[in-house]
Design a protein around this ligand. Structure first.
Ligand SMILES: Nc1ncnc2c1ncn2[C@@H]1O[C@H](COP(=O)(O)OP(=O)(O)OP(=O)(O)O)[C@@H](O)[C@H]1O
Ligand SMILES: [Mg+2]
Length: 306
């Protein structure tokens, strides 16, 4: 175990050096103080197709070129601190877009700049480092490791990042406490409710303090109460500065976002702002306003950035 971990750590360290080089030469470096932060996500003419010829599926296509009829791709900016809900019917391309934004998949064509880095120029090792450092993932099916305690699940991304055991444990326990599961650290997935399992997954996604949280239907398998709990945590994380991109089919969930994109057949057909990029997201803002009006109310923000 120790030998394997050491090998992984040194490869990770080499990749970290490579990434640091890329970041230094990126557009964010040398920006004069006071200059607005560039969008954390910049997508240009992105397409994703599967298959060939007549059987081609354009999972992401954007509008068609009026002359040639060819897909022109999806172009999109997402500001740092925004909370974007992606909606659309089954097969409209939501997960395809999310997987590309999360560097889990590559586009057929187009450019994707994450935090100023053109991810198309990164090799597999650098991509996994970007995923580990910059992005937290939450999936509908939780994706927890079976027969493994909540604490070990949450420590995992820190182990990949080469964090030492004592520090890992400390940070993982803090993340579990943040999602209200401080007393469930020793529980395995089959000893937790669905909502608790998803909160473990949320703790795992935030333990590395990533700048961006990507969630693909995080409440799709949850009952109403667990949905509210998980959304309250996500609201709090966004209020403290994390960018959130969340796929959902439900209007009640999308109401938590500051901006709502709707996809139809691989194309963004509407883009509606529900709240300003800065400050808490709409539902939390309303709760805070209510708490402000009634002195006995509670308006605690969850999830400070470390
Ligand atoms: N690996 C693949 N091979 C072929 N076609 C694919 C593949 N992955 C996705 N597709 C197709 O791409 C389209 C978009 O799929 P995607 O998973 O992005 O949809 P979605 O909006 O997330 O749907 P859902 O709400 O059901 O999760 C669909 O028509 C799907 O069949
Ligand atoms: Mg999907």
């Amino acid at each position: 175990m120790a030998r394997g971990t050491r090998g992984r750590r040194s490869r990770a360290a080499a990749a970290a050096d490579a990434l640091a080089g890329l970041e230094e030469s990126g557009p964010h470096e040398g920006r004069p103080a006071g200059q607005p932060t560039p969008p954390v996500i910049q997508v240009r003419r992105l397409t994703k197709s599967y298959g060939h010829g007549d059987a081609t599926v354009h999972a992401l296509r954007g509008p068609s070129d009026p002359e040639t009829g060819e897909p022109m791709g999806v172009s999109l900016d997402i500001e740092q601190g925004d909370f974007v809900a992606v909606m659309g019917s089954s097969g409209s391309g939501k997960s395809t877009l999310m997987n590309i934004l999360g560097c889990l998949d590559v586009p057929t064509a187009g450019r994707y700049l994450l935090d100023g880095i053109d991810v198309g120029h990164l090799d597999e090792q650098q991509l996994s480092l970007v995923r580990n450092r910059k992005i937290g993932f939450i999936f509908q099916s939780f994706n927890l490791v079976p027969r493994t305690t909540a604490l070990a699940q949450v420590e995992l991304p820190l182990a990949y990042a080469g964090v030492r055991a004592a520090e890992r444990r400390k940070r993982a326990l803090a993340a579990l406490a943040l999602v209200g599961l401080g007393d469930r650290a020793d529980h395995k997935p089959n000893e937790l409710s669905g909502g608790q399992q998803q909160r473990v997954a949320v703790a795992r996604s935030l333990v590395t303090a990533p700048a961006m949280l990507l969630a693909d239907e995080p409440t799709g398998n949850l009952d109403t109460r667990s949905t509210s709990e998980v959304l309250a945590i996500i609201d709090g994380l966004n209020a403290t500065g994390r960018t959130v991109v969340l796929i959902t089919h439900e209007d009640e969930v999308a109401a938590h976002a500051k901006r709502v994109l709707r996809l139809v057949d691989g194309q963004v057909i509407s883009d509606v702002r529900q709240g300003p990029v800065a400050g808490p997201p709409p539902v939390l803002a309303a709760q805070l306003a209510g708490a402000h009006q009634s002195p006995g109310g509670q308006g605690e923000l969850i999830g400070g950035r470390r």
